[in-house]
Each structure stands twice: as C-alpha cells, then as structure tokens.
Design a protein around this ligand. Structure first.
Ligand code: URA
Length: 256
C-alpha cells in the first residue's frame, strides 16, 4: 500500500486493516488497500440492504425539467454565473462576502452537493475548502476520484448562512433553481447528496438521512444517492465506514 492510500484509509477510519492470520487478503479483508478504480469492481461488497433501487429512471436526463425560477432554464454557463453573482433573491447575500457558485468539471459524471458555504468557502469563493473539504477530498480519493476531474462540487445555497446555520426553506427555494440549472448543464450520471439538507432539498421531500441511504433516488431524471455530510463525519468519525459503504454503492451504480 502506498503512503497516499494509507493516509486516505486513516482519514476514513479504515486503517489499520486487521486480517485473520493465515487468511489471504481478499476484497472483503482489504477493502481499500488499493482503493479501486471507478471502472473496476468494488473492493468491498455492497451490503444487501444497499442494493435496493427506488424510483430512479434507467437513463439519466429522461425528460429533465428544472424546477423553475423564471429566466434560469435557458441560461448558459456564463449567464448563470453572472445571475448567481447578481442574485439578491434572499437575505443571505447581504450577510456573506461573496457567492460560491460551484467548482469542477462542467461535464462531470459525478456531482457532489453539500449544504452551503462555511467561513472558508465564503472567504475563498469555492465549495468545500475547509476541514470538511479536506475530508471530502479524501472521500473522493477513496474511490479514486479527484476534485475537478470528472467531478463537480456545488451546494444547495450559494451564500453562507450566518453562523453556519442550516439554510431556511425560503432560502433554499430561492437558490435551488440555480443548482437545477447547473445539473441540466452538467448532465451528471450521478448526484451524491452530502447530508440531509442536500438530500431532502433535491428530492423535494422530508425524510431522515438513514432512511434515504442505500437506495438510488430520482432527482428530476438524474439518479441520486445519499451519504453523510463530511462536517458530520468530522464530528462522528465512527460513521465514516458507513459513508465509505455509500461511496462504494455509488461507484457500483456508475458501473451499471
Ligand atoms: N459545508 C458545505 O455544505 N458546503 C461547503 O462548501 C462547505 C462546508
């Protein structure tokens, strides 16, 4: 195992790996000793309860309709970026330094969506650049993904909520059409919702994170899976193994 892989596994609480004496190292016993490439079989088995499919369409973008904010549905990238920069549709803009549009490959197959910018993101204008961002980068690395390389990262709201509070429903409603336009332009094969706010906002219904994990949902024609928010994982490191299961599930979905 190289040093980088070991560091990723340590960060995810999956290292050291304990192997029964005499037992050959198998995919199960060495889940990420070599974090598997996206194209290859998952190194760890996806548990049965994570194999259910819900309401996801077979092909992404079949009849994608971006829930509307009049005037967003025909915007190209430069127009959309400008519209977000100029936005004052809710009160969040008045209290933040700058809007945080999103970052990455605009033709990415993978879209990761968080909740909203924190202090570091507000200062730098890029999503997930603080401590939670470092963990997200390691989560990506654990399934051989990299920020900006076939990956796009965005948030439900583009302005930092004061004190990092959860965005209010009216703030989410005001901002969500921008994200839906980003989704329509990117055309990702899979959305990974990071945390409950991202999941419930994109799915348009309330549910617990636990009840949403382990299934493929439908976000207006794009398959969506749910996992824990990296900031939650920093507070609850014991849950990192579950997040890794979700990532393996996501990667497996991308192979089908
Ligand atoms: N948390 C989020 O949800 N998004 C960020 O960009 C940073 C922290």
């Amino acid at each position: 195992m190289n040093i980088r892989d070991e560091a990723v596994l340590r960060e995810l609480n999956l290292y050291p790996l304990w192997v029964r004496r005499g037992a050959p190292a198998t995919a199960e016993t060495a889940p990420a000793a070599t974090p598997p490439a996206m194209e290859s079989q998952p190194a760890a088995p996806v548990p049965d309860e994570m194999s259910r499919t819900t309401d996801a369409p077979q092909s992404a973008h079949a009849g994608f309709v971006a829930p509307g904010l009049p005037g967003t549905s025909s915007l190209d990238w430069p127009e959309l970026k400008q519209k977000v920069r100029d936005c004052s549709a809710c009160t969040l803009r008045a209290g933040c330094t700058q809007t945080v549009f999103g970052v990455g490959d605009e033709k990415a197959e993978w879209l990761f969506v968080g909740e909203g910018p924190g202090a570091d993101e507000d200062a730098q204008g890029e999503p997930f650049v603080g401590q939670a961002g470092k963990l997200l980068d390691n989560m990506l690395a654990s399934i051989r993904l990299k920020r900006g390389n076939n990956v796009y990262i965005a948030n439900i709201v583009k302005c930092r909520p004061p004190g990092n509070r959860t965005p209010e429903p009216d703030e989410i409603a005001a901002c969500l059409p921008y994200l839906h336009r980003q989704i329509a332009l990117i055309k990702p094969k899979l959305i990974v919702a990071l945390g409950k706010t991202a999941a419930t906002s994109l799915l348009g219904r309330d549910a617990s994170l636990g009840s949403l994990r382990g299934a493929i949902h439908d976000c207006h024609g794009t398959p969506l899976i749910v996992t824990y928010h990296p900031a939650y994982l920093l507070r609850s490191p014991a849950e990192k193994a579950k997040a890794w299961q979700d990532l393996c599930f996501a990667r497996q979905r991308m192979q089908t």
